[in-house]
Design a protein around this ligand. Sequence first.
Ligand SMILES: C[C@H](O)[C@H](O)[C@H]1CNc2nc(N)[nH]c(=O)c2N1
Ligand SMILES: N[C@@H](Cc1ccccc1)C(=O)O
Ligand SMILES: [Fe+2]
Length: 298
Amino acid sequence: MLTAPDPESHVYDKPPAHANADWTIDQNWSAYTAEEHATWDTLFARQREMLPGRAAQAFLDGIDILHLSQPGIPDFEELNRILMDATGWQVVAVPGLVPDDVFFDHLANRRFVSGNFIRQPDQLDYLQEPDIFHDVFGHVPMLADQRFADYMEAYGRGGLRALKFGTLKQLARLYWYTVEFGLIREPEGLRIYGAGIVSSYGESVFALDNDSPNRIMFNLERVLRTEYRIDDFQQNYFVIPSLDELLRVTVETDFKPVYEKIADMPDIAIADIIESDDVITRGKQDHASAQSGTAVVV
Ligand SMILES: C[C@H](O)[C@H](O)[C@H]1CNc2nc(N)[nH]c(=O)c2N1
Ligand SMILES: N[C@@H](Cc1ccccc1)C(=O)O
Ligand SMILES: [Fe+2]
């Protein structure tokens, strides 16, 4: 069984005994039970029904290129043969959240880290930490796209730089609002490509159709300054005009002067709209205001 009975059990401060020095472990694919494979199939079937007309073209292409519609939890050995061939990326298993420098180093070397455990059948809709469904179904299809593959590698290098500059908080917001919760404008309309959206049944509808969140055209400085919440659907989504444009303003831009410029500027609160915003939808924010309790803001 590769399950997560206790969320705490997947957070470590040094590699656990069964892990390698770079925190990777064996996926141990043959240990998945029939029930665990069935959980993957249930999640997959639900999402694939949702995604036509919602997911970005690059994401849909990735599902096909990687043969992800085969039943059962993917075996990384098989998946990596195709992924390596497509873009030179690999998926490696880790026991849970790994430290920032380890995470960035893997990305910079075209290795995407994935949890090897899958959520329990009573956690289909919500999970605190990334399991293999989020990590593989959510993230890996985009890695079959050459442009996104280059973006993620450059992000890893950028992460190692940000650690030196003390700007991790700002750079992590870029990951959040693109890799995890990004929207893209395609000829037929807005589409989702962020892994946190595409792997979520509820958010894949909410992010596009609900009138609660803001949808704002992507602007680098703006995103680096914007707080985010980790406990509920997002209150802001940022829309990139294309993957080429995302690469132009990130991979081809030196962030050092950007970090210096925004160092003196205030952070932007989660749902605020600022004057320079190119707003697509001004959200009513009724979903957020209906929730009790305070948001966990980062
Ligand atoms: C910004 C920071 O590096 C980021 O949150 C990292 C930390 N460690 C991680 N570890 C795993 N396994 N997966 C992740 O997505 C991350 N994210
Ligand atoms: N170009 C950025 C790094 C980066 C690349 C791609 C995505 C995100 C960040 C820097 O100079 O630090
Ligand atoms: Fe993720």
